[in-house]
Each structure stands twice: as structure tokens, then as C-alpha cells.
Design a protein around this ligand. Sequence first.
Ligand SMILES: Cc1cc2nc3c(=O)[nH]c(=O)nc-3n(C[C@H](O)[C@H](O)[C@H](O)COP(=O)(O)O)c2cc1C
Length: 340
Amino acid sequence: MFSLVKPLLFSMSAEAAHDLTIDGLSALGRLGLVSLAGKRRVDDPYTCMGLNFPNRVGLAAGLDKNGVAIDAFGAMGFGSVEVGTVTPRPQPGNPKPRLFRLEEHGAIINRMGFNNAGVDALVERLAARKFDGVVGVNIGKNFDTPVEEAASDYLHCLDKVYAFSDYVTVNLSSPNTPGLRELQFGAKLDELLGQLRERQLQLQSQHQRYVPIAVKLAPDMEDDDLRQVADQIVASELDAVIATNTTLDRSAVNGHPLAGEAGGLSGSPLTKKAAHCCQVLSDQLAGKIPLIGVGGINSGEVAAERIEAGADLVQIYSSFIYQGPELIKDAAKAIKKLRS
Ligand SMILES: Cc1cc2nc3c(=O)[nH]c(=O)nc-3n(C[C@H](O)[C@H](O)[C@H](O)COP(=O)(O)O)c2cc1C
């Protein structure tokens, strides 16, 4: 199926192809036809953050921002789907064009800017899902909320999605929301994580259910900063680290006509950098809390390498756009093989 539709999708602008795909997958879900999207899921159960994942390959945040195609992505074989980033209020994101394919590099540059329909719309979609895998909700702040008030946006989203998510990801690492990455450091990070932990425990007693919180980091940090942040997340008693988001570094695509586009770079040029971050974080975390590896996972071999670099689970976005559902199967099989 994917090999039939790929030429059509790649003949369109990246964002038009994205919208058409999401609309199509969403329609399959509404019509109860998600098996048409599908591949059988590789069965490789794994427990992480106290949750039972059917396999260790997940869809990374940003593809299904509004949670409209969770069932279809599940039918393609993902063991988990992370929806969002969602913000308290709907927002349009940055002006178009804001999404670019660098096909020769198997890469994407995006400066979408958290375009999303807002947390209330997402909650409705979450409540309607049928997918039996794990669903994470990635939360962020509205672009016009000052960074000093970011905590109130994160707490608002956490309150709203708590009852409907298996885990929640706090996105501190998008390069497309001014000031967001500042929250990854020092006292600002401690303050935010402390408030999130406190609210998580309140919500736990209110809902009689514990929903783990993961923190998603950027790849553009020095190793010492990564180690420091890892220690802060552990000290805050949050539940997992996700590494990494897109990179601002263009060295791997130098000379490409689109290399100068503003935004975050993802896909194959990110493989090495994200793998390095994963290794540094896993050494520092030393198994105290789980680590989810994402960034440039473009083959079964690279997926297995990320697990060997210390990740408990992996997530994929850009290479899934280029390779389709076959990559999910390749990645899940390669990871399963590590245990046999
Ligand atoms: C178009 C696009 C939009 C994205 N939007 C989000 C987002 O809203 N929230 C987020 O945490 N990550 C977002 N990401 C980052 C991905 O989740 C992932 O961390 C990153 O792309 C690296 O993985 P990859 O190389 O497999 O794409 C986005 C990535 C792309 C390409």
C-alpha cells in the first residue's frame, strides 16, 4: 500500500502530503477500516514506566498532533503512539511553508511551531481511541505564554490529559517555540519539574491511577549538561527521559539548498548525534529511570543499536515518512532478536 501511495505523496508539498495522510488515516479509523492501514504488529511485550508495551517501537510526537489517527497508526504495528505536542489553547503555528523534505539525506526540517487544535479537542479523540497499545500525550506551552509562566500551561495540559493518557511527555526541546529550550537548564528546570511532580501526585490520588511523566530533551546540549539534566530529572522523581528532539545543527546536511531553512532537522542526519545523547544519558541514568531513544532511527539495525546504547524503547518519525510501515516491523523484529 505505502509503495503505491508514496509517489503521489512525494509529488506534493510536504505539508499537503502530511495533511492528506492524516486525513486519510483518520477516515479509516472513523469507518472502522484501520486494518487496511495495516501490518500485523510484531509481538514483543516489554514493561517500561510500569506500562505494558506490545513491542518497543513507538511513533514519535508531532505526526499525530491532535490524536486523530491513533487507531490507524496502531494498526500499522506501532506498540505505542505519542500524540501532541498539544497546548492549552488551539494555535495555528508558524506561517507556511514550514515543513521541508531533504530527500537525498532522508531528512526533514520543520518549524511547525506547535500547530494544534488545543488540549480539549485532543481529550475527546483520546477518549474515543480503540488502540490497545500505549498512548503518550506530549504537552507544551502556547507560543504567546511567556516562558516565566510556562509552568501554568504544562500544568493545565497535565490536568486535562491525565485521565486519558498512559503517560505524559513534557516537551522542553522544540526549537520552534522561542525560549522553550531555556527550561531544560538549572533552577528553571528544577522549579518546573518540582511543580509537575507535585501535581502528578495530587492527580494520582484524585484519579486513583498513576500516570508516569517523561521529559523530552534536545540533542543540542553539551554532554555535561545532559548529565546534569539527567540528575535533575531523577532527583525530581519523574519517570523517564526521551532523547532526542530535532537538532539545530546543520553540519550533516551542509550544502543542501534547504539546509538554511530555519527549524529543527530530523531523520538520518540526526542518527549519530541522537545515539550519542542516548549513550551519555543512559550512562548517567544507570537504569534509575527508563530512557526512550528517538532521532534518526532509519533501519532495524539502527533501532537495535539504540537499544544497545541504553534505550528501553525507541520512537520513529522522519524515516517512517520515507519508508512507511515496513520500518516499524524491521525495527521491532531487530529489537526482538536482541533478546533471543
Ligand atoms: C514535522 C515534525 C514535527 C514534529 N513535532 C513535534 C512535536 O510537536 N513535539 C515533539 O516533541 N517532537 C516533535 N517532533 C520531533 C520528533 O518527535 C522526533 O523527536 C524527531 O523528529 C527525531 O526523530 P526522527 O529523526 O525519527 O524524526 C517533530 C518532528 C517533525 C519532523
